[in-house]
Design a protein around this ligand. Structure first.
Ligand code: NAP
Length: 310
């Protein structure tokens, strides 16, 4: 058996061929080569190992798993005692039918990104909503509680964000999307929650006209992933008290953020969301508090971005 290397992108064939050490963790996705999660988690683990020898044999790996292989993959990871798994595109929804338990929040969000091993199988959690609320707090000093939120998008990330907004007690939630059917799906989920009636749908090209002086825009569309993408909404319609959070972190400044910046609004990209969802996953697996600082430094380094000092 060969010894592991945390920089390698592994495949299912490597399970049983490579010694992944005492307590392996991994992210599964497709594609996965450019994931910064191994850098983030191994940086946090290195810090945890200095404080507690229990974590000395913990390591985090990346595996490329095609969608059609996920059903075969999860029992294999379970057999090889992978204590924790992160799931990313395209596995977050498909895994729901392949695990033994799911947390109530993840069930509402309709997706899992964190799996925890026990002897009978994996239990699923979703830390994206937590990552979002921590990112908003950290980067923009913005709390969802009592806030007016304009949420753009109705995919998996938007659904997690919408559920988190309602759970955290936002005052009003406007959700806009290009495709009405997907928008309706998210509205149905939110309206089924206690206080869900505070959510209102709008067509993404037709921003509500009665917005207050301040609030939070959250972009959960994929518009902005290409540098040439236009902004998904016209931020010049917003009063100066608004804050704009784009879940996209690569590129680090989308057209939406550039335009919001030029309009004088406070802005932040989604790197803090990525870091905080990762920190929360590691807390679920380890049962200790995890500092997001080492993870942020590692993520910036992996993305070849300058360090931050906050
Ligand atoms: P998804 O399920 O594929 O949803 C994509 C969303 O973008 C849909 O609402 C889609 O609208 C909308 N969209 C795509 N192209 C558009 C266009 N040209 N004009 C207007 N809307 C458009 O993706 P997802 O998993 O929810 O992820 C959404 C974004 O969040 C991605 O950029 C992803 O990288 C980011 N994200 C970041 C984090 C983080 O930790 N920072 C975590 C998760 C996701 P339709 O319904 O009309 O197609």
């Amino acid at each position: 058996m060969s010894k592991f290397d945390t920089h390698t992108t592994y495949s299912l064939n490597d399970l049983g061929r490579v010694d992944f050490g005492g307590t392996p963790l991994a992210v599964l996705g497709h594609p996965i080569k450019h994931s910064v999660s191994p850098a983030m988690h191994n940086a946090a683990l290195a810090q945890m190992q200095q404080l507690n020898s229990r974590f000395n044999d913990w390591n985090y790996f990346r595996f490329d798993v095609a969608p059609e292989d996920l059903a075969e993959a999860l029992p294999l990871f379970h057999k090889h005692h992978f204590l924790g798994l992160n799931l990313t595109i395209p596995h977050k929804v498909d895994a729901l039918n392949l695990i033994k338990g799911i947390s109530p929040d993840a069930a509402r969000m309709g997706a899992v990104n964190t799996l925890v091993w026990d002897e009978f199988g994996y239990d699923g959690f979703n830390t994206d909503g937590y990552g979002l609320k921590s990112g908003l707090q950290n980067d923009l000093g913005a709390s969802l509680k009592g806030a007016t939120v304009v949420l753009l998008g109705s995919g998996g990330a938007a659904r997690a964000a919408a559920v988190q907004c309602v759970l955290d007690g936002c005052k009003k939630l406007y959700i806009g999307n290009r495709t009405p059917e997907r928008l309706q799906n998210v509205m149905d989920v939110v309206h089924a929650m206690p206080n869900g009636e505070l959510a209102e749908a709008f067509a993404i090209t037709d921003l509500p006209t009665n917005l207050p002086e301040n609030g939070i825009v959250i972009n959960a569309t994929s518009l902005g992933l290409k540098v040439s993408d236009p902004a998904p909404m016209d931020v010049s319609l917003l009063a100066k008290g608004w804050k704009v959070y784009d879940m996209i972190y690569n590129p680090s400044q989308t057209t939406l953020l550039k335009e919001a910046d030029a309009h004088g609004l406070a802005t932040a990209n989604g790197l803090s969301m990525l870091v905080h969802q990762g920190a929360r996953s590691l807390e679920i697996w380890s049962h200790v508090d995890v500092s997001s600082h080492a993870m942020m430094t590692a993520a910036l380094h992996a993305l070849e971005l300058p360090p931050r000092y906050d």
